[in-house]
Write a protein of this length. Structure first.
Length: 338
């Protein structure tokens, strides 16, 4: 009974804060979109939303880990494009599709190792490294494909991103939920996850307490490179073709998904529960704007505004909570004096 009460207490505390606000915002978006399209809340439509953004959603998981760790990876969309372009190039030049996929994954692994070396080992600022490599990896993608488009992949490859295998769910959506569950367990319930939080909160304190900071950061960037490559290949499977500009601009959505979910831009705090709510908000908000025939440029502006809100909102909420706590404490002191 006490364990049940403890669990309910944790849920209650969680939804009294920023995640509670996100839940209310999501309900409002649902209501508005439902008024625009009566069949909006059907399972099929919600699954279609996930399919359209599944690659960005998958990459948002590792981005969450990195930002909690007080780092960032702006090269994610370029790694996605580079890996997919490498895969398509080698397939077009006679390599078996399975081997070409492994080549694409290897490109992502190499990118993660390279980024991790300069950030975790050498100590260069992650913003500088990943911004530079965003340009470089995109250049490699362009070198492979130039302005060409490569398609006509094997039917089984296109099946991965386009065909349903369990009810209305394609393999890519099922993979996301599997990745989400694994990420949730690692971040919230393992020693590695606790070290990610500790380093993000205070790196110097983590070093003095014996945490292997460089190792943790290196692992995170390798994971980011691998998952970005995997997402890029899923994107190629869903679209059925690859171009040199594949996944361009995805970083805005990916970073917003993490920050809007309550992950602090300064590191040290956040949860995947909030990130999942922010994913639902962004997917449904974009879909609602499409129902209202708003342009893609306008939609980007709204997502940019959400990014600002995601940085300011949790900080203002924390300050308000702290103000209430101090007010309550002063009131208790005054009552005790009387």
């Amino acid at each position: 009974m006490s364990n049940k009460n403890s669990f309910l207490s944790r849920i209650s505390r969680r939804f009294k804060g920023w995640e509670g606000f996100l839940l209310v915002l999501l309900v409002i978006i649902f209501l508005v979109n439902s008024s625009l399209a009566p069949n909006y809340l059907t399972v099929k439509n919600q699954v279609n939303l996930f399919i359209l953004y599944i690659e960005r959603i998958i990459v948002a998981l590792t981005m969450t880990f990195l930002i909690i760790n007080a780092e960032i990876d702006l090269s994610v969309p370029s790694i996605m494009g580079m890996s997919a372009c490498a895969m398509a190039y080698y397939y077009q030049n006679g390599m078996p599709m399975v081997n070409a996929i492994l080549i694409g994954i290897a490109f992502g692994l190499a990118a993660g190792i390279f980024n991790g070396f300069w950030i975790a080992i050498v100590g260069v600022n992650s913003l500088i490294v990943t911004l530079a490599m965003q340009i470089s990896y995109r250049g490699i993608a362009r070198i492979y494909l130039e302005d060409k488009s490569i398609g006509k992949f094997p039917e089984w490859f296109n099946f991965i991103g386009q065909k349903n295998i369990l009810g209305p769910f394609p393999l890519s959506v099922l993979l996301f939920f599997a990745f989400f569950l694994i990420a949730l367990i690692i971040l919230q319930y393992t020693g590695f996850g606790r070290r990610v939080f500790v380093i993000g909160n205070n790196k110097d304190a983590a070093i003095y307490s014996g945490v292997k900071v460089k190792k943790v950061k290196y692992i995170l960037y390798i994971a980011s490179g691998l998952l970005s490559a995997f997402a890029g290949i899923l994107l190629a499977s869903r679209l059925g073709a690859v171009r040199g500009d594949l996944a361009t601009g995805y970083d805005l959505d990916v970073i917003t998904m993490a920050l809007l979910g309550g992950v602090s831009i300064f590191g040290g705090s956040g949860s995947l529960y909030g990130v999942f709510l922010s994913i639902l908000i962004i997917l449904n908000l974009r879909n609602g704007m499409s129902l209202m025939s708003l342009s893609g440029h306008f939609q980007k502006g709204v997502i940019g505004a959400l990014l600002i809100l995601s940085v300011l909102g949790p900080n203002l909420a924390n300050r308000f909570t702290e103000w209430r706590r101090r007010l309550k404490f002063r009131k208790q002191q005054q009552e005790s004096c009387e």
